[in-house]
Design a protein around this ligand. Structure first.
Ligand SMILES: [Zn+2]
Length: 339
């Protein structure tokens, strides 16, 4: 009798565990339906125009036909299982294939003048030293990013350590590097104190300082052409003196931060700067490649379990409507033209 009861108990427990796992799997794969927008400024641009090309997270490739530089350059985008359970390394073949396709699409040689790194989490900083070694240019980032570069044996001449603020001069581009805040998530904070040798688990990449980037180009005079805000954080008043027509707005984590937070963030980044066009970035599931089987691959949103974009997007759309701002969910491989 006792045996039958305990067998039943085990069967019931296993059934419950199965249902719980099934539920988790469902949630892990359930994604908000985000429609690609239709207003993309796809490449009709001449080779000399100032352009940016988006490759997921906050990775942007910028060029003016003479000089090419990147924000972050994170392209390894390891599968979720590897991120959770294994130490990570640069996926050199995937980084090469993706970056070379992007440079070909921009009609530019396979050369990079510099990489500005938003902060030192793996989904921003991990691939930058490899790209600098292979394609040239300096990495501009915090001391924590410097530790990641040291771990990959990037020569010191190819590293420009930024402290609270800095400027990257890249041909006719000038990128002002300004301190900002990371989105308040469970991963925020911490410094890398020692060279970070690969392979290393994702959690070993500490944030360091977080930066935003104000992009200028000589052809456009003194006024900046865009603000790139990679992470959905802000220092109150940080953009008090900034006017900019275009914002690349990081939204990672916003789905969990509530309406009041989203409104304050929008106020600081968009209302305050008077921007007329906003491209949402860092909304995508960065455990899926942006280039697969020799082809560009579309981005998909984060699973709702991790970051519910379907909660954040209507709030952002309401604010854009209120302020008369054109809001786009930036799709991978889209090119924005600035002149
Ligand atoms: Zn981060």
């Amino acid at each position: 009798m006792r045996l039958i009861t305990s067998v039943r108990l085990w069967v019931a427990l296993l059934a419950m565990l199965g249902m719980a796992l099934g539920g988790l799997l469902y949630l892990a794969n359930s994604r908000p339906d985000i429609q690609p927008h239709t207003h993309a400024t796809l490449t009709t641009a001449s080779k000399a125009s100032v352009r940016s090309l988006f490759l997921g997270t906050s990775t942007l490739v910028w060029t003016d036909g003479k000089t090419t530089w990147l924000v972050d350059g994170f392209l390894s985008r390891q599968p979720l299982w590897n991120v959770a359970f294994t130490p990570l390394d640069v996926d050199e073949a995937l980084v090469d294939a993706t970056l070379q396709h992007a440079l070909d699409q921009l009609n530019m040689p396979h050369r990079v003048a510099g990489i500005v790194v938003a902060h030192s989490h793996y989904d921003h900083a991990m691939d930058a030293p490899y790209i600098a070694k292979r394609y040239g240019g300096q990495v501009h980032g915090s001391e924590s990013t410097w530790q990641i570069a040291l771990g990959q044996d990037l020569p010191p001449t190819q590293m420009e350590v930024v402290h609270n603020a800095g400027v990257a001069r890249l041909g006719d581009f000038e990128v002002k590097i300004r301190q900002t805040r990371h989105a308040p998530t469970g991963f925020t904070g911490g410094l890398n104190h020692q060279p970070l040798r690969l392979p290393a688990h994702a959690l070993r990449f500490k944030e360091g300082l977080s930066y935003s980037f104000v992009v200028h180009h000589k052809s456009q005079g003194d006024e900046p052409i865009a603000l790139v805000q990679p992470s959905a954080g802000f220092l109150p008043g940080e953009n008090r003196d900034l006017k900019v027509p275009v914002v690349f707005l990081g939204v990672g984590g916003l789905g969990r931060l509530g309406q009041d937070y989203i409104e304050s963030y929008w106020q600081e980044m968009v209302t305050q700067t008077g921007a007329r066009r906003v491209y949402l970035i860092h909304w995508d599931d960065f455990t899926k490649p942006v280039f697969s089987q020799g082809q560009p691959a579309p981005l998909v949103p984060m699973p709702a379990l991790m970051d519910d974009m379907s909660a954040a997007l209507p709030v952002l759309q309401g604010l854009a409507l209120r302020d008369g701002v054109q809001l786009e969910v930036h799709q991978a491989w889209e090119t924005i033209t600035f002149n």
